[in-house]
Design a protein around this ligand. Sequence first.
Ligand code: SF4
Length: 448
Amino acid sequence: MALTGLDIFKLLPKTNCGECGVPTCLAFAMALAAGKTSLEACPHVSEEAKETLGAAAAPPIRLVTLGTEADDHRIEIGDEQVLFRHDKTFYHPCAVAVEVRDDLSDADLQARLDKINGLVFERVGLEYKIDLVAVTNASGDAARFAAAAKKVADSTKFALMLVSEDSGALREALEAVAARRPVLAWATEANYEEVVALAKEKGCPVVIKGDGLDATAGLADKVSKMDHKDLILDTGARETAEVLADLVHMRRLAIKKRFRPLGYPTIAFTTEEDPQAEMMQAATYVAKYASMIVIRAVERPEVLSLLTWRQNVYTDPQKPIQVQSKVYEVGEPGRDAPVYITTNFSLTYYTVEGEVAASKIPSYIIPVDTDGTSVLTAWAAGKFTGESIAETMKNLDIESKVDHREVVIPGFVAVLSGKLQEASGWKVLVGPREAAGIPAFAKEKFGK
Ligand code: SF4
């Protein structure tokens, strides 16, 4: 059971020296109990107290790393501090694993791996990709499982996961790919001593699967006493509502009650056959609160929709994704190329860029630094004004790149035309309100 603020206070020096950054030991104890500071902030705490307070000072959900640095796929999961993103932020995006069964024919296995290797996307200036390949022992044959694991390891750089309840099969497959430090699944009530010993021996994270929430907590407690702490929790539920309820309970108990046996990252497995239904199921688990999911879909449109959703959930709401404010070239613009103005919110910029490219007229785009806010938000906040646009144009020296003096602003801020014209000396053209109107606008204004 987690210690309360008063329990912690009794173990502190009670000198109120303030060196920890708060004025009193009581305030520090309360902050430590709430997970808002760490024990290291107090330089005067005794060794005995450190030992007792260790549990209270630990994060509510343990940080677990997957994969290795060497294959460029080291992933961190867990270590979340809040229930709701708007309370603070979420730190470690849900890791997405794609399943590969070991009963596929060689040709089907290769075809699936080719598709999996293609699940890397570039969107709004960021790279989206899946994180792991989960090899499942569907054949029940240990040698076949090991061969499939080796084939996957040789054919992909993604981190690996080995899925079997047969500890002998896990051992054989692990021997083949131990250097990749795969996640081992599953340690169950029946096999946990062998599987956890195997995980400890090779330094691998292990998924423990209980039969329901209580049994999972009990098993996690037993496994943690074997001195292996890199655990991922699976309650064994597979029906969507049940999985969701378990994930929510685990997160609440870990964060709000500091219930240590459930203070580990969690995993969920999709079961829907239809790919779109599967993505809806996966999206539900990404939102609340899986640290890791295993999916079967390998088609790019479906997986991109899931990764986009993940990106949204795990974007810090206080720090919108931004592009650098500079002069961007679309195509090979000449000295008569149009100049478009927008804001540096990534989604806005890349939407505009896509439509400018679709116009097939080489152009310049200047995203003004509005702290990553969209056009109307930036205008309403006073961050997108005639003066700030003119200043950006001057600082980026757009004058030296074109012979004309015409600039296009978004239709939603037509009201800025006069001020911008006055501040820059350029003629202002009011573009369409929606980016989708740019190709027709460009054709009419700049088409030859
Ligand atoms: S640094 Fe330690 S002793 Fe000083 S006020 Fe903070 S908790 Fe108390």
